[in-house]
Design a protein around this ligand. Structure first.
Ligand SMILES: *Cc1c(COP(=O)(O)O)cnc(C)c1O
Length: 379
């Protein structure tokens, strides 16, 4: 069945008890057991919850995975995966990645003796030479946040496997509609479902999926034993959001391409980072690896540097100046002091002239008008 059909129907049928067509929100924390050691698949809601199961089954299907687990946040899903590492293990991560992932690795995991290094994962030779005997895992994003660089997921997975390690891909920016890392060879895929999957900036949620039964068992155990599970209401909100993922993504991507083309020609803008533009170094790879569209995240480097960047980020009327991404509404942010403040002063620090956009699904001419109003004054 097509993706759009599965986004609406995978994971649940009309409720057999009532005929409810939309997924019921099961708030009950406990479930009557049918006998000693026997139940209907549910006993206590941290271990399993029917609404969560519907969500997991739907997202697992959309990611073309065999197993998938929902978490209370994207970071909780990442944490469940990273807990596979043991003291003494080494982790490689792509040098451009979500700031919160960097913080989790560099603070929480370094404290328990897991060493890590960053590498430009879009450079395969660099990945090969950065790999150490203790390296157990490489953690990637493609497209990355916020420079939207593209990494060859199949090639990096191959290197990881040849070295006996795992390749994990944070697929948040692409969403399962635009990219299937597991099909490309990755071992585990993670999501901040807070972003495109839920799509309305009203729920924090995470997801991790794999087709490897042993890796799945690890993630399942952390989910139920450590307990970073989403509430039934949150599961419902994500399910409700994901039903329109294909529609929203088509519009997000179409709007983004138009906005990128507009920005690319503007004299106030020194550089546009958007993989849909043919001048982007990852354009051809993205065209091959993604489903023919390039997502709706982009960033620009302003010709006027930090001052112009701050002015642009705070002067737009339609774009809210805010963290996060992937909702129906357009957002603008200033990564050096927002999403990437934790890498300031390190070699991973962002260009001070950088401004990031999450392009929403509004009428694109209104978005371009809003941008032009401010950019024309900065040119
Ligand atoms: C937001 C985000 C996360 C973290 O997810 P939360 O739901 O905020 O915990 C991880 N990776 C990327 C790429 C993100 O954008």
């Amino acid at each position: 069945m097509g993706f759009a059909t599965r986004a609406i129907h995978a994971g649940f049928d009309p409720d057999p008890l009532t005929g409810a067509v939309m997924p019921p929100i099961y708030l009950s924390t406990t479930y009557e057991q049918t006998g000693i050691g026997e139940n209907r698949g549910f006993s206590y809601a941290r271990i399993a919850n029917p609404t969560r199961k519907m969500l997991q089954d739907c997202l697992t299907d959309l990611e073309e995975a065999s197993f998938g687990y929902a978490f209370s946040s994207g970071i909780a899903a990442e944490d469940a995966v990273l807990r596979m590492l043991r003291p003494g293990d080494h982790l490689l991560f792509s040098h451009i990645l979500y700031g919160g992932t960097y913080r989790l690795i560099s603070q929480v995991y370094s404290e328990i003796g897991i060493t890590s290094d960053y590498v430009d994962a879009s450079d395969l030779t660099a990945v090969e030479s950065a790999w150490q005997p203790e390296t157990k895992m490489i953690w990637l994003e493609s497209p990355t946040n916020p420079l939207v660089t593209i990494t060859d997921i199949a090639a990096v997975s191959k290197i990881a496997h040849a070295k006996g390690g795992l390749c994990v891909v944070d697929n948040t920016f692409a969403s399962p509609y635009l990219q299937h890392p597991l099909a490309l060879g990755a071992d585990i895929v993670t999501h901040s479902a807070t972003k495109y999957i839920a799509g309305h900036s009203d729920v924090v949620s995470g997801f991790a999926a794999t087709s490897d039964p042993d890796l799945a068992e690890h993630i399942r155990r952390v989910q139920t034993i450590a307990g970073g599970v989403p509430s039934p209401l949150d599961c419902y909100l994500v399910l409700r959001g994901v039903m329109t993922l294909p529609l929203r993504m088509d519009r997000h991507c179409a709007n983004a391409l138009e906005v990128a083309n507009f920005l690319d020609g503007h004299p106030a803008v020194a550089k546009v980072n958007y993989p849909g533009l043919s001048n982007h170094p990852g354009h051809e790879l993205a065209a091959r690896q993604m489903s023919g569209q390039f997502g709706a995240m982009m960033s620009v480097v302003m010709a006027g540097g930090a001052e112009a960047a701050k002015k642009l980020a705070t002067s737009l009327k339609l774009f809210a100046f805010a963290e996060s991404l992937g909702g129906v509404e357009s957002l603008v942010s200033y990564p050096p002091t927002m999403s990437h403040s934790m890498v300031a002063g390190t070699p991973l620090a962002m260009d001070e002239g950088l401004v990031r956009f999450s392009i929403g699904i509004e009428a694109v001419e209104d978005l371009i008008y809003d941008l032009a109003q401010v950019l024309d004054g900065l040119a």
